[in-house]
Design a protein around this ligand. Structure first.
Ligand code: C5P
Length: 414
């Protein structure tokens, strides 16, 4: 049977791309019924959408004739999938707070179908805390959110917020339709690529990346951590419905959609940011925190003395963030550490478990190219034993780990 898409077009410059999207969806054999918000009508006409969908285009909730013939509840439920593309910051905010003040938002509140939103907006609007909060809320509500593309924007600025290619949107639609149907798709179901368990209502705290410990204004002590594994874990936790705080050391990675990111440089800043983010249900400490910092970083660039005698660096130990959380009065219910080892991986991880008061240690052998690489091969050490996973892409390690976290946290104990 022909699958039906209810396409809600909200008002942004990218609205014109909805025409191409309709064409591609029709090409895939899908029936498309379009709804335009009032502002979308300024960018794309009901006539052109009507021609492409070969259907009536809906717009005004207060068109009594339409309301009599096809109530908005019915309209929202006749589809197999509801797609909002482009989704403006405004419609995302309304969805996140359950506002229904026009036909489009009323349908979104009334539907019992899976909803995919495809945000498109100015880069600053996308990164605004309010938008990110709304995205996290929508994730937690079980809405599927497509990540915007990066690039030059219609307004001349550059960055993240462009509508993804209509081909990519159509592909995502197809993938969602191909999923086995959940009984209640809006009850915090995870994202399509996401882990198979829910963290809805949970706060997950993740650290990622290296720390930089200054020697002087231009030099620092660091390590090779790329932050990829921690960022992937934060993204997977959002997909599972969690509210996620990511405390990131200095890395050049984009913030996963829906994640609240706090950037830090040093171990001491990381500790402060982690403590400020408590309470959390689970903390996953992936960061490769520098073990030492210079005893006193120089305020001026250290000069060579001309005699070939280097200035000695005197080091002091950094606070151990994981161990601090292990005995913290607000200790998260589940505390997970990582252990990058180059030898005796399991043995070292086992002793770290008790020493740091963690529930699990995820140990990986970094003697290869794990740091900065795309794959990881890990062992999970807990009081009940060791679980070894096959070599996997970091995204897959993240999804699997978050699934394990979700299972460990349920049923709720609070
Ligand atoms: O002792 P080691 O650095 O191998 O321990 C790794 C684990 O401890 C990781 O989870 C890391 O994030 C955490 N750690 C920390 N603070 C430090 C050193 C490590 O939280 N100062």
């Amino acid at each position: 049977m022909t699958k039906r898409i209810l396409l809600i077009v909200s008002g942004g410059i990218a609205a014109y791309k909805s025409l191409e999207l309709v064409r591609l969806l029709r090409k895939r054999g899908l029936a498309v019924r379009a709804v335009l918000t009032e502002s979308a009508e300024k960018f794309v006409t009901p006539l052109s959408l009507g021609v492409l969908t070969e259907d009536h285009v809906y717009g005004d909730m207060f068109d009594l004739k339409e309301e009599r013939e096809i109530g908005h509840i019915q309209l929202s439920r006749q589809a197999d999938l509801v797609v909002v593309a482009p989704a403006t910051a405004n419609i995302l905010a309304k969805m996140a707070s359950g506002i229904a003040d026009d036909l489009a938002t009323t349908l979104l509140l009334a539907t019992d179908k899976t909803v995919l939103v495809v945000p498109a907006m100015n880069v600053r609007m996308w990164h605004h805390a309010a938008t990110q909060r709304n995205i996290a809320r929508l994730h937690a509500d079980g809405v599927h959110v497509m990540e915007p593309d990066s690039g030059e924007m219609a307004c001349g600025e550059f960055g993240k917020g462009r509508l993804p290619d209509p081909e990519a949107i159509a592909g995502r639609v197809e993938a969602l339709l191909a999923r086995p149907r959940a009984d209640d798709p809006l009850s915090g179901q995870p994202d399509f690529e996401g882990p198979d368990a829910s963290l809805a209502g949970r706060h997950v705290l993740v650290t990622a990346g290296p720390t930089h410990e200054p020697i002087d204004p231009v030099r620092y002590i660091a390590n090779r951590s790329s932050g990829k594994q921690g960022f992937a874990i934060a993204a997977a936790a959002v997909r599972a419905g969690a509210r996620v705080t990511l405390v990131a050391g200095p890395v050049h990675l984009p913030t996963p959609a829906g994640v609240a990111r706090v950037d830090v440089q040093t171990a001491r800043e990381m500790l402060a940011a982690v403590e400020a983010a408590l309470p959390a249900d689970a903390a996953i400490m992936v960061a490769a925190v520098a073990d030492w910092r210079t005893a006193d970083a120089s305020g001026q660039k250290i000069k060579k003395d001309g005699l070939g005698k280097p200035t000695p660096l005197s080091l002091v130990e950094n606070p151990d963030i994981l161990a601090t959380l292990g005995k913290h009065e607000k200790r998260p219910a589940l505390l997970v550490g990582f252990a990058a080892e180059t030898e005796k991986v399991a043995e070292h991880a086992q002793s770290k478990l008790t020493r740091k008061g963690a529930d699990w240690i995820v140990a990986n052998d970094v003697s290869g190219d794990v740091m900065g690489g795309e794959r990881n091969s890990v062992h999970i050490i807990s009081s009940t034993g060791i679980e070894s996973w096959e070599d996997l892409p970091k995204d897959a390690v993240a999804s699997r780990l978050i699934e394990k976290v979700a299972h460990a946290l349920s049923p709720r104990t609070d």
